[in-house]
Design a binder for this molecule. Sequence first.
Ligand code: GN1
Ligand code: MG
Length: 359
Amino acid sequence: MEIKLNTSILQAFGLTPEQVEIHRFGSGHINNTFLVEKKQDGSKYVIQKININVFKEPEVIASNQRLAANYLAAHYPDYLFITPIPTTEGKELFIMDGEYWRMIPFIANSVTVDEANSPKQAYEAAREFGKLAKYLDGIDLKPFKASIPNFHNLTLRYSAFQDAIRTAREDRKAAAEEMINEFLRYSDIAVTYEKLKTNADFRDRLMHHDTKINNVLLDKSTYSGICVCDLDTLMPGKIISDLGDMVRTYVCPVSEEEKDFSLIMIRDEYFEALMKGYLEEVGSSLSQVEKDHLFFAGKFMIYMQGIRFLADYLNGDIYYPIKYATHNYDRAKNQLVLLQKLIEKEAPLQAIIDKCLVA
Ligand code: GN1
Ligand code: MG
């Protein structure tokens, strides 16, 4: 479907409505994304409106990306790191009526996939996130700020979940009671995280924090990795965030949107492919404590996503856009089933991790 963007926004980036065709783009929950194509030469750009309910300080995103881009350009000049195309006034963001817009290049011959369709795709995507972590490993973290404070702080997510249980509408609480109790039964995951987060050997690294496979650009014909995208949550964090979200989203043949929970399963070969790809890049930089928590990464991210969805259901769907009344309930249930399936397979999956660590 072709749509329109306000003329001022296009002009801010040196474009006019007559020059371009505009389509909605991508499948994220958070930002509004448009693909803009110049009719004359077919060149393409991505224009995004940043969701300021989620990203309260969009300047932090821009500043974090600039710091990373400068470091990478100095140390790894051949590494492709997507940076915003400045406005005609040389700014990374265009601000109008309290809305924040930016434009980034569309990389030619790239595609994204919403689900990992082969172990190779999982491997390629994991390598791209691994490269990002590896190349940014030496960077000074001090000037970085959190674009979403406490984004993957499971301690706070867990207490937000408890708050949501306390303040939920009675009907929603009653409907979700069984699932609430199931999630509470796994609270040891939050306890483990709490201990880990202050362990000096479990250090902060610059993490992407949204390693879903559609945040990797793949080559249109070979499906080899090109680079990562969607760098809004590039900020200091823990290795379990990036690794864990790959486990959460690549290993199961269906996404968090699937309502037929019988389709949820763990595909060992995808687990192996992503571990291999990620550890090939970052394995040698890991501390023993990090190595000991690679399986934990998947549990951590699935659990956190599950309680985020369930808290949102209990809060009356204020964060994740929904298409029907029990959408967030179903997403939470999906994640609960996935968590259980993962835990059932801990022994064979840990054996895969051990094998990848030795290689
Ligand atoms: C959100 O933008 P999107 O849809 O990729 C969320 C992630 C969740 C994800 C679940 C800023 O990401 O943390 O894992 O939905 N991003 C934010 O689909 O909350
Ligand atoms: Mg995204």
